[in-house]
Design a protein around this ligand. Structure first.
Ligand SMILES: Cc1cc2nc3c(=O)[nH]c(=O)nc-3n(C[C@H](O)[C@H](O)[C@H](O)COP(=O)(O)OP(=O)(O)OC[C@H]3O[C@@H](n4cnc5c(N)ncnc54)[C@H](O)[C@@H]3O)c2cc1C
Length: 430
């Protein structure tokens, strides 16, 4: 379809988060397989080795099984110091009721990592972060990392990149800037970034009584809170609130609302070691490619509330395959990249329905208790017969497609179990 990458073509990737690093890794692998020599440059101003928000991405840092598997498919093996914890169970809290959900598929590993170098107020040496490690892998594969913030991208027959040094003309521009920075593209590109929502994050010391590998998830308790999670990361707990419109006091309000459940671990409110209000993408970008440019990762489309790192892997892989195998024109990306983006966006619509249904249903104390009862009843049962625990696990980890979870939610077995539990709760109340 034209404008294929050739020997010596220059590919400029703006952003060295997961999407940018994955784009470089996919591209260099595809080029190597074709004996194609490309100049791949990643523009990334953060060093990833500074503690706190300056090198971090405000992210819970859960790597789904899909992400872990896909890293291995690129021949990447995470060093042990990057992995903070392996997550094996969730304790779900709803309206002061709790139930434990164990990993439904024991062979599927879910890991937690730091995206930066650890909490801002950590004492001692910085921790090894996922993003810095992944960028190092891209560098080792042959990409050149330029520690520069790209201020502007103009168009003169091809993208022209303006950073700190002389302007650079790119044969292909890959936009991997996430959603937490203003985009630098001129209006010629007609790029409209994804719609976002504000979330809240903190880091605290993990109490000695908190088992490594156990995540606490909280549904409801505050108006608009989708869910909150306390995720073990080595000696710390990441506190992550999916709470569109969260304000500066979000974390404190969360602790207060769930004080009863947390009292087992914390005698008083745990001191904050970090904290930020990052943006999360909730709708895809309206245009995410054109002639000689393509957006990947959060800047294009990502799974709703979950699994953004694996989405970055998937979108970067599809975009780079399109560029190498078909071409770098808008038509090439429309044919070979757009379907992957549409698939993610379509799955998110099921996700929206699931989260909205849960938010509504769990406001009723009868339904909340019935759901918790269903999860408890499935504990220890065969994986194939679990419905509610799979639903909770999938919603919290991103380990299954939302479409599959939606099917589970609509299954007659789910409704009959829920009705049975609701009847039991009503009998107990009488
Ligand atoms: C509260 C919260 C919790 C989350 N939890 C999880 C989770 O548990 N698991 C998961 O998989 N995902 C999670 N996500 C989503 C995940 O953080 C994103 O999907 C992921 O970071 C997307 O990667 P990316 O490379 O597209 O963007 P980013 O990680 O944001 O990387 C973009 C990079 O571009 C650079 N950049 C931006 N502008 C420029 C410029 N002009 N010039 C040069 N460089 C630039 C930035 O410095 C940054 O390094 C969470 C998100 C939030 C907000």
């Amino acid at each position: 379809m034209g404008d294929r990458l050739q020997d010596g073509s220059r590919v400029c990737i703006i952003g060295g988060g997961p999407a940018g690093s994955f784009a470089a890794l996919h591209l260099l692998r595809l080029a190597r397989e074709r004996s194609l020599h490309l100049e791949v440059e990643i523009f990334e101003p953060r060093d990833g080795r500074t503690q706190g928000p300056r090198s971090c991405k405000g992210c819970a840092g859960i790597l789904s099984h899909g992400a872990v598997h896909n890293l291995a498919s690129l021949g990447l093996q995470m060093p042990p110091e990057v992995v903070q914890s392996e997550l094996r169970s969730y304790v779900v809290h709803v309206q002061n009721q709790a139930a434990t959900v164990d990993q439904p598929h024991r062979e599927r590993r879910i890991l937690s990592v730091y995206r930066g170098a650890g909490p801002r107020l950590r004492q001692g040496p910085s921790l090894a972060g996922f993003d810095a490690w992944l960028l190092d892998q891209a560098r080792a594969a042959g990409a050149r990392v330029i520690p520069t913030y790209v201020r502007r991208v103009a168009w003169d027959g091809r993208p022209i990149i303006y950073g700190d040094a002389a302007p650079i003309a790119a044969d292909l521009l890959v936009l991997a800037i996430g959603v937490n920075n203003r985009h630098p593209l001129s209006s010629k590109f007609e790029y409209t970034p994804p719609q976002t929502a504000i979330m809240a994050q903190d880091e605290i010391v993990r109490p000695a009584s908190w088992p490594d590998g156990k995540v606490a998830g909280f549904f409801g308790g505050l108006p608009g809170l989708v869910f909150g999670a306390l995720v073990p990361k080595g000696p710390y707990l990441n506190v992550s609130l999916l709470w569109p419109g969260a304000e500066a006091d979000a974390i404190v309000r969360f602790y207060t609302a769930h004080a009863q459940a947390l009292a087992r671990f914390f005698a008083e409110r745990p001191p904050s070691l970090c904290g930020c209000l990052p943006l999360i993408a909730v709708r895809p970008a309206r245009t995410c490619f054109g002639d000689r440019w393509v957006a990947v990762g959060d800047a294009a489309v990502t799974r709703l509330y979950k699994d953004g790192i694996n989405s970055a892997f998937l979108t970067a892989g599809a975009a780079m395959a399109a560029a190498v195998e078909i071409g770098t024109t808008a038509a090439a990306f429309a044919a070979a990249y757009a379907p992957a983006c549409r698939q993610l966006a379509a799955d998110n619509r099921y996700g929206e329905l699931i989260f909205r249904t849960c938010q509504l249903a769990l406001q009723s104390s009868l339904l909340a208790r019935a759901c918790i009862g269903c999860v408890r009843a499935e504990a220890g049962g065969q994986t194939a017969r679990r419905i509610f625990s799979r639903l909770v696990w999938g919603m919290l980890t991103g380990d299954e497609s939302y479409r599959d979870l939606f099917r589970l939610l609509l299954s007659p077995v789910a409704w009959s179990r829920l009705a049975g539990e609701a009847a039991r709760v009503l009998r107990e109340r009488r």
